[in-house]
Design a binder for this molecule. Structure first.
Ligand code: SF4
Ligand code: SF4
Length: 481
């Protein structure tokens, strides 16, 4: 196997990293007159993994709203009712800290994975990548492979070109419309939504939101594509801060590949293993040449790895001239047991976040209780020399079914509740419940005296929620006691 080690292209001293100016005339070969990248479709191990993950992600996104649980849509952000239904759990605005923790945990998990595998999220799971590759797949089925598409771009307008373009844009439009519906279906019951949209019976605002997201999808996946990754995504800008010497990223083995140059199969040559076929550039969705070194534009999709491996196989060379390598592995350094502070730090942060989510979920109650004192009068004196205070209890059943509750106050020797104490509250209902509490003013420890209301499910004391308020009586009674 030819392997020229004569003149390393990327020279460093032990203390400095050579800065290399990369030409910015992107895209280098996949371009047409409009500078649009025409991606070559590639098959291979990593593309199989990516396609499977992307397909799963798209199907999951579209189909999840159609799953029912307990007679309603299993996952639904009901904006009107201000509830988030997730199978048997209902989250109310005051429970949304859990969602915040989930997002923070997901961010740390992403950072943690990035330390290991670089930008695999971008290449394999990011919706931008999934939808872009889906639109490229549609384009390839209608207009043909990359060569045919480049030719079609350059060809003058003809009936054939118009028909192909029309078919492509209509299919893109339909896919974008389904994506818009799929997104809004997380906020509006899915079955009615699709029916209303496709029969043109949806209300103005529902239609407006669906078409807005459809338009965004069409522009993003059909036209902007890599521009989103290059210019709009903040993650590409700070991802390298998470890398360490053992992070695996798609890398070209320059020591093995250089000096590059074309040759015939089985031809003996002094050149390196790169035959300069440019396939790795043709398949790249961001139009870069990975042989120029690590670049922020690389989304780690592995298309160039598969493309290069195909070439290596044809020429009888070892695979992985381009591969998922770490900087240390390329230098022949052994993987250390202790990776880096970042790795430990992100790992600890992920564990802490999951503990916080567990505590938050565990401390969540299915009953919401707030107590509002009557502001009209501090207290009333009754004919039997007692004092009365009035309150309005706001009790919400946060579950998805009708429940039975028991209402009580602490210190029952002192406070007497004059109200029905067993209540029935429907699913999600907020009950405004006026109550009166009586007490012997001579027994009051002071004024105001603390009073604690509690509500629990009948037969399940462990579900009780408590809310403290004040009980007022005559001041002289308190001071003369
Ligand atoms: S350089 Fe390779 S891994 Fe990076 S985006 Fe291009 S094809 Fe994907
Ligand atoms: S695909 Fe491999 S052999 Fe072809 S140009 Fe790229 S690195 Fe060189």
């Amino acid at each position: 196997m030819p392997n020229n080690k004569s003149e390393p292209k990327y020279q460093t001293t032990s203390n400095t990293i050579a800065v290399k100016q990369i030409p910015v005339d992107r895209p280098s070969s996949g371009s047409n007159s409009s500078n649009k990248i025409q991606i070559k479709e590639q098959k291979g191990v990593f593309q199989k993994i990516r396609t499977t993950m992307n397909t799963g992600l798209v199907l999951l996104f579209v189909l999840l709203p159609f799953i029912s649980y307990g007679g309603r849509q299993a996952i639904l952000f009901d904006l009107e009712a201000q509830q988030f239904f997730f199978f048997g759990t209902s989250l109310w605005p005051q429970d949304f800290t859990v969602l915040a923790w989930v997002f923070i945990a997901a961010a740390f998990l992403l950072f943690f994975v990035t330390v290991f595998w670089g930008r695999v999220w971008c290449g394999y799971l990011c919706p931008q990548t999934a939808w872009t590759f889906m639109f490229v797949w549609i384009e390839t089925r209608i207009e043909g492979n990359r060569t045919k598409r480049l030719a079609l771009d350059k060809a003058p307008w003809s009936s054939n070109k118009i028909l192909k373009r029309l078919a492509k844009h209509l299919t893109w439009g339909l896919s974008a419309l389904i994506t818009g519906c799929a997104f809004i279906a997380y906020f509006i019951p899915a079955r009615e939504l699709y029916l209303d949209i496709f029969t043109l019976n949806a209300s103005f605002w529902v239609s407006a939101w669906v078409w807005f997201f459809a338009l965004c999808t069409y522009l993003n996946a059909g036209w902007m594509r890599e521009q989103m990754c290059l210019h709009c995504c903040p993650y590409s800008r700070f991802q390298s801060a998470m890398f360490d010497g053992n992070t695996k990223t798609v890398t070209y083995d320059a020591a093995r590949g250089e000096s590059r140059g074309p040759r015939k199969r089985k031809q003996n040559t002094e050149l390196g293993d790169c035959i300069d076929c440019n396939l790795c550039v043709d398949v790249c969705p961001t139009g870069i040449d990975i042989r120029n070194g690590l670049q922020y534009e690389c989304i780690n999709c592995g298309a160039c790895v598969d493309a290069c491996n195909e070439t290596m196989e044809k020429f009888g060379y070892q695979p992985n001239l381009i591969g998922y390598f770490s900087e240390n592995a390329l230098k022949g350094k052994a993987k250390p047991v202790y990776r880096s502070t970042k790795f430990i730090g992100y790992g600890i942060a992920v564990v802490i976040m999951f503990i916080v989510i567990g505590i938050d979920m565990n401390g969540r109650s299915d009953i919401q209780l707030s107590v509002i004192r009557d502001r009209q009068e501090l207290y009333r004196e009754t004919v039997d020399d007692m004092v009365e205070n009035s309150y309005t209890l706001k009790i919400r059943n946060k579950t998805q079914e009708t429940r039975y509750y028991r209402l009580s106050v602490d210190n029952r020797e002192l406070f007497k509740l004059s109200a029905q104490q067993e209540l029935v509250i429907k699913a999600g209902e907020l009950l405004d419940y006026p109550v009166t509490v009586r007490a012997n003013p001579l027994m009051l420890p002071g004024t105001p005296s603390p009073i604690v209301f509690s509500v629990s499910e009948v037969g399940r004391d462990e579900t009780a929620v408590f809310q403290e308020s004040n009980f007022f009586g005559p001041i002289f009674m308190a001071s003369c006691r």
